[in-house]
Design a protein around this ligand. Sequence first.
Ligand code: ADP
Ligand code: MG
Length: 467
Amino acid sequence: MDRLVDEAVSFATTTGMLMSAKGDRDHRHTSFTLYPSPVRRVEYQQALELTPILNRVTLGIARDHQFLRQALRETARADEPFTGRLLRIMAPNNPRIEFTLNRYDFFVNAYTKHDQQRGLKLIELNCIAAGVVTQAGLTTELHRMLHSYAASDVDDVYNNICADDMPPNDSVRHIAASFATAHAEYVRLHCNQDARMVMVVEPPFVNACDQNMLRWRVWADHGVDFLRMTLPEIEHHGRLQPDGTLVIENFAGIPSFSLSVAYFRTGYMPYEYPTETHWRARSLIERSNAVSCPSIAMQLVGMKKMQQVIGEPGVLDRFVDHNHANLLRSTLVKQYDLAFGDDAVQLAIHNMHDFVLKPQREGGGNNLYREQLRDTLTALKPSQRAAYVLMERILCTPARNIMVRNGKWCGCDVVSELGMYGSIVCVDGRQVENKADGLCLKSKSAQVDDGGIIVGVAVLDSPRLVD
Ligand code: ADP
Ligand code: MG
């Protein structure tokens, strides 16, 4: 076991499965499971099928500003400085080029108190800054390497895995190709040959390895320059031209270039806009013809409140056909709007173990469970409740695995979340591309409530398909 773990840690650090706790140059390997975790083949296929459908649903909602404004009205009131402000600076018209890279997270082999049938259950839609795009694919490579490694011959688990059951997952190549498509459409539409892409980041650069490998993949495979800039740098160097072009001047030794795609790996939490300069930069990008990944409208689709709204009767059917809507509905669990009435609040207070209370925040570590959920709901004034949604608790069947953190291993029961990367590109309403871009499997101890890789709870994993 020690020898396997040693090899695995060396592989992780050598290939770039790295994070920096402080955002400096002191990197450690991202935590991972030693073995791929079981995912039922039917659920994997279903997740692949659902990804382009979810791309259509999220884009459909992002285009419908009236629907979005209406659905988020109470949330914006309760969360004026963030949700409210995003709504205020959202561009009034849909962009000519629409491009987004989302990640749809499902619990696998999951069920609820009221629906005992095992299957995929949608946890959330990530419509901004979905991370570990590179490390997700590297984890599959790690597990494939360990599987073929000589020391695995004596390892019971690897011995019983067939290589064909570990599906390939070249997430970074797929995602790089999607960015290149969006960039090429920009160059074509605006006849602009000097355009470059920018990844919008903010310190501390905890996840810079993951981000940089995507930038370099875009450069290596497609020859497009993909720079890193902070929001204040964009505000300082950016000049909005009358035709909408956002020109960046005198940055990184480049006299001038047009910004084709602005890819946000920041900007989803209020503290990521510490000054008015940050907000001005966001608004500048939104008003320009640069392709914003995501647009503010798309970011708002990822708000927890919207995920409750898509489960309401008839909503999905507005954006996709009935068969697709039904397929998607079979993965939704019940969510409650807390803005109106007291019934859901009382139900949750008296059954605190069966629910999760979610604020309109991203990135892990924000949700409330059990006593915290009960106490918060008891204390909240009715006017404050709209800042949260209440979600039925999803239960999962755990599987045995080994987690490797900081070079040390320990056995534990884990539950897994299957994240599907999905991208869509449209120009003037016409769909150019709509596809699944690989996956990310995250696992966490079955004993803990919340997840999240950056916050150190969940670890990287890869699927092993089982029947
Ligand atoms: P975030 O934007 O913080 O990632 P999520 O909705 O993904 O928000 O919640 C964070 C974590 O909390 C998830 O990764 C999952 O482990 C857990 N979680 C979220 N919703 C539920 C639920 N309905 N039932 C059980 N666990 C949940
Ligand atoms: Mg999440």
